[in-house]
Design a protein around this ligand. Structure first.
Ligand code: VG1
Ligand code: CO
Length: 543
């Protein structure tokens, strides 16, 4: 087999965003596009000579082709070994686990996560460092710099490598090991949770529905929930991964997981419902007739995690992304543990987890996870909920109600304006940024601003600084508006408006969130002139 060195030139815009490089699939399929980026990843991490990498993806369209290219490029660049999930599949948390468990030099995950898949939809690629976590900004910056100076890439000329059979094969001088995508991950979950108690719960007639949204978690959920924990066959719906996710958005929120929502809001609903996203790192939690916001889920899990064997010693600390509601802050205060507020994106939790400062982390975008891996983990969150339900014998609705009665309720909603004009969105943010200094003391829609700033973060462990992480306006009584532009979209700009208010009175904790947030929603409109800049009267998605 020959190593071919292809001359190439830098391609514009290969800059990783919130979670890796995401583009239209057809962009990735252009000549040299994928190869350029993969070579830049290798160059950006100091080469891969003698290294061992993990590769896998969420099974979306082009996953199979991209894996073959990465294997041949790794071989040509002198890697010793690549560990790859069977058929090129690995959920993001499972990949994180394999990277850590085998003490490898990192991994490449192919996914555009919750974005739809297909030839006309989205594809993505991200590099995870040896701790199993998303590359921090310093590393993604080095990769980006490499993309801007690239002159050639190396690839081994070979036929496709068979990825459907477990075991080791050679590719040139490199070893390819095909592993069961589920086994190591399932073993880790069995270590963390009381599987006997969850088994007993299902045996007692407890029912649930897990919507894998035609994405990568189907095989994981079937193996764990149905085959191991005894949930009836059919508990997992949409459980066969499809390259186009059945034509939907594999985004576990009430809008895109509406089939599951309908089931859970019906009279004879199962006791528990959950969904996960394209690459298996997000989760949506539902009870009978009850939707749990991700921010509330994080807070409740923090309050009850000690009920699971893996967290019986309690939590060292918790961390949430800045736009996530302050519900978990109240739990941390009651527990007397540290609570960190980080920029959006899982990469910012890594140093806190590595340093043992945080045990649980979460984001309002349906991401929850812990120190068991270095990614958010959808199925993990579902199993922790199941463990808590088994231990408390309470329903999801009861758990939430008692939680709010104890800590107060943080009403929360995110309004997304998708695919808006990028220039207009930037203008809107600039205009609001200019206004921030004069806002404190002003009363808007009946609520008074106490502080307004642009969020910047200094990592308490490594001292790295990240600025420009979202505009936030705080009001008296714990209400808050945050605005930021998405770093995962592939068309125009997506504006995210995060809305929050705090209600300590149990008699006022069962309002409709959109109603409870009314003053905050009108204040956001008034302050940012959203309709003017986006041309929309209403958001595209409300979660
Ligand atoms: C979104 C979410 C963020 C999440 C990121 C990756 O980013 O808001 O919380 O970490 O997606 O999630 P943005 O920049 O579009 O707001 V996933 O499941 O892609 O890996
Ligand atoms: Co994801």
């Amino acid at each position: 087999m020959q190593i071919a060195t292809h001359a190439t030139q830098p391609i514009d815009g290969q800059k990783p965003g919130t979670s890796g490089l995401r583009k239209k699939t057809r962009v990735f399929m252009q000549p040299h596009y994928l190869e350029n980026f993969v070579q830049s990843v290798f160059d950006g991490i100091g080469g891969v000579t003698g290294k061992t990498l993990v590769v896998g993806g969420d099974g979306r369209y082009f996953n199979d082709r991209a894996v073959q290219v990465i294997l041949r490029m790794a071989a040509a660049n002198g890697a010793a070994k690549v560990v790859v999930g069977q058929d090129g599949l690995l959920s993001t948390p499972a990949a994180s686990n394999v990277i850590r468990k085998r003490a490898t030099d990192g991994g490449i995950i192919l996914s555009a996560s919750h974005n739809p898949g297909g030839p006309d939809e989205d594809f993505g690629i991200k590099f995870n460092t040896p701790n199993g976590g998303p590359a921090p900004e310093e590393v993604t910056e080095r990769i980006f710099v490499a993309t801007t100076a690239l002159t050639e890439y190396k690839i081994l000329e070979s036929t496709d490598i068979q990825l459907d059979t477990l075991g080791e094969t050679s590719l040139g001088a490199m070893t390819v090991e095909v592993i069961d995508a589920v086994a190591d991950y399932a073993a880790l979950m069995a270590d963390l949770f009381d599987f006997d108690a969850i088994r007993a719960l299902f045996a007692s007639g407890f029912t649930m529905r897990f919507d894998a949204m035609h994405a990568v978690t189907g095989p994981y959920a079937k193996a764990i929930l149905e085959d191991t924990l005894g949930a009836p066959v059919g508990t997992v719906m949409n459980g066969v991964p499809s390259p186009t996710f059945g034509g939907g958005h594999p985004d576990p929120n009430p809008v895109w997981a509406h089939d599951l929502m309908d089931i859970m809001m019906a009279d004879n609903a199962p006791h528990f419902g959950a969904a996960s996203d394209g690459d298996g790192d997000r989760n949506m939690i539902l009870g009978r007739g009850t939707y749990v916001t991700p921010s509330d889920s994080l807070a409740l899990l923090a309050a009850k995690a000690h009920l699971a064997p893996g967290y019986a010693d309690g939590l060292a600390g918790v961390a949430r992304s800045m736009p996530t509601s302050a519900a978990v802050d109240r739990v941390a205060e009651a527990l007397g543990i540290e609570c960190f507020e980080t920029p959006t994106g899982w990469k910012f939790f890594g140093s806190l987890l590595d340093a043992g400062r945080a045990t649980l982390c979460g984001e309002e975008s349906a991401g929850t996870g812990s120190n068991h891996v270095r990614e958010k983990d959808g199925l993990w969150a579902v199993l922790l909920w199941l463990n808590i339900l088994a231990a408390t014998k309470q329903s999801v609705a009861e758990l939430l109600k008692f939680h709010w009665a104890q800590y107060g309720r943080n009403y929360y909603s995110r309004h997304d304006y998708e695919g808006v004009d990028a220039g207009q969105a930037a203008d809107m943010m600039a205009a609001l940024r200019d206004k921030l200094p004069e806002l404190p003391g002003q009363t808007i829609s009946g609520i008074t601003v106490t502080a307004a700033d642009e969020f910047a973060y200094t990592d308490p462990v490594d001292g790295s600084v990240s600025s420009g992480q979202g505009l936030r306006i705080l009001f008296e009584g714990g209400s808050r508006i945050v605005l930021r532009l998405s770093g995962t979209g592939t068309v125009g700009a997506t504006l995210r408006v995060y809305l929050e208010s705090y209600e300590p009175d149990p008699d006022r904790q069962s309002q409709d969130p959109q109603q409870a947030l009314g003053p905050v929603i009108s204040a956001a409109q008034a302050l940012a002139n959203i309709t003017h800049y986006t041309g929309r009267n209403v958001p595209d998605v409300r979660t």
